[in-house]
Design a protein around this ligand. Sequence first.
Ligand code: FAD
Length: 484
Amino acid sequence: MFPANKQYDLIIVGAGLSGFAAAVSARENGLTTLVIEKGRSLGGDGNYVEGAMGVDSQLQRAADIRVDKTQLLQDELNYSHYEASAPHLKQFIDHSGETIDWLQGLGIKFSKVGAQGKSWPTIHTFEGGGHAAVQALIDQATTHGTEIVTSLSAQRVLMTDGHVSGLVVKSEATGQQRDLSTSAVLLATGGYVDNPDLIKQRTPFSNRLLSVSDGKSTGDGMQLAWQAGAAHYQMGAIQYGGGAIYDRINPPFVHMASQVAAAATQEAILWVNERGERFINEDVNDNMCHAGGAILTQSRVYSILDQAAVDHLTDVGLYKEVGNSPVSPDKFDQLKDELTDKLAAGAKYLTKADSLDALARQLHLADLPATVAHYNQLVAAGVDSDFGKAAAYLTPVTTGPFYAVELGVGMACALGGLRVDHQNAVLNDHGYPVSGLFAAGNDAAGMLVGDTYAVTLPGSTAGYAVYSGRNAVASLLTKQAVTN
Ligand SMILES: Cc1cc2nc3c(=O)[nH]c(=O)nc-3n(C[C@H](O)[C@H](O)[C@H](O)COP(=O)(O)OP(=O)(O)OC[C@H]3O[C@@H](n4cnc5c(N)ncnc54)[C@H](O)[C@@H]3O)c2cc1C
């Protein structure tokens, strides 16, 4: 189905978190707005979001949570090796609290606010998850008359005399194309985590990267913008979700709630590489992006658990609460059953053996027995003199049977490729706007990061999606007011 009208003040490409934040703002301000979505369902990866970042929100003030914005900016610039845009990041931080307040004002509820692992206390957790938040935005947009068309993808931005004049769209059902007329297009397509070629441009280790997105973030926004004359900006960061079960058969989401996955990735017991050598302080998993980076430095990675660890997890619970995973069960009540079932089903990522020698033989991990013997000496001494893992997480590996879980790296989103200004206007090679073209959400969030996603600022992509969608609309209104 094609849209009812052919002329719009604003066409928003992508019906996810940033697209709907923009749509609600646009309708609040009386713009004739069309939202197009290439998939059949709405909400994009916004549906899976846990929470959004904000500084100095009403909720934080009520909880007496104070954040020094200048220190936060400095920390994040350092973390990004100064590849983040300082003015853009500052503007986002400064407006992030009022962005949360705006969501609250729309009736969106938050269950808690605080830190996630070792981070700034910025994540506002959505009550009912991202799905509830996105649905509230969809309800707001539709109640106020925003036109939304699904199974319709943006193909090309039309330019006339250097200004956006329209958009070519394609029906995903029939393949038919149509030109729509508009003076402004907002790209809100969710970044490029599902585009293997673009991911490969960003990192050579792409074969063990597993996208946990909904599969539709294929970098369309960047490619539409580049065609329209936008600069190719740095490819930015991939949000590594730490270790993930490396299953060559089933898609990553089937392991999202798995207790085997939680035991292998949340715990910091013993990780070894393709030779059976230890290569990192496993408590690096406090920062899931750093953990992902470390895992990718090796050809293969296995998380090793002994029966004592399985028993401890089952009877007592986690040795180490990472706090940034959807799976942090207090007690691993399903762990033993899951191990039995998966082994019975012949899962290739899971290996069990009665002795370390047998495990090493099965997986060709020649150095594993020696590695474990040495590691147990470090545990007995209480000091990881190899890599500096905290003493509290030095757990011995002694009691058979032994399990090895092969790890890849999950990735939730990929940011970068476009440069935008204060107004979320997309910039060309000379640093000036491609007139009428805006980008929000993951399509623009490369401005906030260097080569590593800012886990230290939890909720930042969701917070930015909402902030930047609204900011682009505010900029469009300002430009219109100046023109009129
Ligand atoms: C499992 C998971 C958990 C996450 N948790 C968090 C979290 O807790 N906090 C956080 O900050 N971030 C989180 N993220 C990151 C999340 O991606 C973003 O915060 C947020 O969804 C980005 O909004 P967006 O509008 O840019 O993209 P999306 O919400 O993904 O929306 C993009 C939409 O554009 C559509 N689209 C793409 N191309 C086209 C085209 N050519 N034409 C028309 N439509 C198109 C897509 O189909 C999609 O519906 C998570 C991501 C995942 C996958």
